[in-house]
Write a protein that binds this ligand. Structure first.
Ligand SMILES: O=C[C@H](O)COP(=O)(O)O
Length: 273
């Protein structure tokens, strides 16, 4: 298959980024059905078509190639929820970033809270996987977030340290590229409600400033995840570039509403979409 065009690169405050991780919720056929519906929504959405709203879907590995084929002409991108840190070799059961890129992926999620907690991924592993993403031309969606609810200052310090650990190791191994940081407070993942808009905005303002001050990261952006759904993005500071969605994107109509809200927020800031 031909590689899908890379979605528009961010780097200004006038782009929105909406990502969806399907985690392990859907089977093969349901994932394809979902991607068909998302492709139809994306293809008809002016802001996705123009690249003002960057949309990507991260399905499970076995369906990634087919999902990519369904989405590739719609303006939406695809990628993986994880990769191994080496590109080939005797690593039973693992999937390389090289193969994800070969089958059309443009993104890879690195260091989600579930991988840190359930699979024991630490700073070293996350840094190595971030390096593998850059090396293979994938945009890492680097997940960071504090375990327990506290002050915004504490969250900024915790998450900045997680970003620094990943990027420092990755940059010791090769050139870095654009990064999407997904700020996901662990206590807000899988919850009934997201963190408050005030809290999200305060933390992301700090992380955005920190991230873009790092070498080679001027075009990188921070998005928010953790029970995000319709109605949230319009309440957030513009330093929050977008949303990383889980359960509340399972209904394609909800995703369409979120894309509309992301586009309307840009228009509200005077951007033509
Ligand atoms: O990857 C997505 C996040 O972990 C958020 O998931 P959630 O919206 O279902 O809480």
């Amino acid at each position: 298959m031909s590689l899908p065009a890379k979605p528009a690169v961010g780097g200004t405050n006038e782009k929105a980024i909406i990502g969806v991780s399907l985690k392990m919720y859907f089977g093969y056929e349901r994932t394809l059905e979902y991607c068909r519906e998302v492709a139809s929504i994306a293809a008809a959405h002016p802001a996705v078509r123009s690249g003002e709203v960057e949309l990507f879907v991260l399905p499970a590995f076995p369906v990634l190639a087919d999902a990519g084929r369904l989405l590739e002409t719609s303006g939406a991108g695809t990628g993986a929820q994880d990769i191994f840190w080496e590109d080939e070799g005797a690593y039973t059961g693992e999937v390389s970033g090289k193969m994800v890129a070969e089958i059309g992926g443009s993104y890879v999620e690195i260091g989600h809270a579930e991988r840190r907690r359930i699979f024991g991924e630490d700073h070293r592993v996350i840094g190595l996987k971030t390096a593998a993403a850059y090396r293979n031309g994938l945009t890492p969606v680097l997940c960071v977030g504090e375990l327990n609810s506290g002050s915004a200052e504490e969250a900024i310090a915790h998450c900045s340290a997680e970003i620094d650990a990943a990027l420092k190791r990755a940059q010791s191994l090769g050139p870095a590229g654009r990064t999407i940081v997904a700020y996901e407070p662990q206590w807000a993942i899988g919850a009934p409600e997201p963190a408050t808009p005030e809290y999200i905005s305060a933390v992301v303002r700090g992380l955005d400033e920190h991230l873009r001050s790092l070498p080679g990261q001027a075009g990188s952006r921070v998005i928010y995840g953790g029970s995000a759904g319709p109605g949230l993005i319009s309440q957030l500071d513009m330093s929050v570039a977008g949303l990383f969605l889980g359960r509340f994107a399972h209904d394609p109509e909800a995703l369409k509403t979120i894309l509309d809200e992301a586009a309307a927020r840009l228009v509200g800031k005077g951007v033509t979409v």
